[in-house]
Design a protein around this ligand. Sequence first.
Ligand code: 1CP
Length: 343
Amino acid sequence: MNKSRKPILDVLGGQIPERVPVWLMRQAGRYLPEYRELRAKSKNFLNMCLTPDLATEITLQPIRRFDMDAAILFADILLVPMALGVDLQFREGEGPALQPVSSMLDLEALFYDPASVAPVMQTIRQVAGQLSPSTTLIGFCGAPWTVACYMIDGNSHSNFAATKKCVYENPEFLERLIAILIDASEQYLSAQIEAGAEALQIFDSWAGLLSGEAFTHYVINPTRILISRLKKKYPHIPIIGFPREAADGYEPYIKQTGIDALGIDQSVDLAYAKRALQSVKPLQGNLSPDLLVQGGAAMLDAAATILRTFGPLHIFNLGHGVVPQTPPEHVAQLVAYIREFRP
Ligand code: 1CP
């Protein structure tokens, strides 16, 4: 197989890339003054996600500034519940708020409406036409479990207590919701691929709330079903899984879900990751977002350790998203360091 001109697609295909690629989760967002400027002029966050010209511009901002190896679509995991008909609001300073679902009757009212996310697909088409030949366009969705957490609890303020209660007291309801989300996510991601997404990431930010049998049932199984359906239609599109804080769940997840690469958060020990995980599939991660805020030698030493541990079959990223207080100069410094790094 010939090397593509895209280092990220090389790594995802198990090929040594020309250089270790880098992108950062939440690389677009409030730490960038050019984002804040557009945000101040815009009605609200949802409106930004659903206005293709704006979303295209925001997706491209970190690419222009830092020449990242991937552009990640500017959107949100909560657009899937919105497309299912759930009332969704992003209130200033409070994060997202959804109308919670609590009964089978609520679930029967959910219908996925592709028209409501059509602007997202338009954004993908617009971004795809503006990337350099080495940049990969990544589409994404939330994993069924993580999206179910927001749909049942309505927000993240009480650590998803209502959702956790469902795991033990109302499994039929939770299973039905997860099944609806697998179907909706399949449609949503298929449309992203048709529009031009070249790789996908499935964000399971709250995978760490579950363990044991519940982890298998609500994290691994739904992800495996979603991936197997996508792979049947689009075998050439690689998929990165990100089961955040999955503890002893990373190994079964990497072996059983069918993902092409595993995103690891900063809680994962590097020696363990190299031995038990990178021996199975390529990894993405896992610098602490706090070290990116810190910058300087602390950040660069940690980056060097990650680069030395994982070698070239690795996509450099953070362990979670860039936080708003991050100085953009630290991101520039990090990317320059990764580009110049020779083990
Ligand atoms: O301007 C603002 O105040 C909005 C902040 C913001 C942004 C920039 C939100 C609200 N979402 C986003 C964009 C976003 N969300 C992207 C875009 C691409 C990029 O990475 O640059 C992506 C991939 C997401 C994914 C997302 N949204 C996740 C999974 C990753 C993660 O951070 O764990 C989750 C859990 C969400 C929900 C969400 N949306 C926004 C917020 C503040 C949250 C978290 C709410 C919470 O749990 O408290």
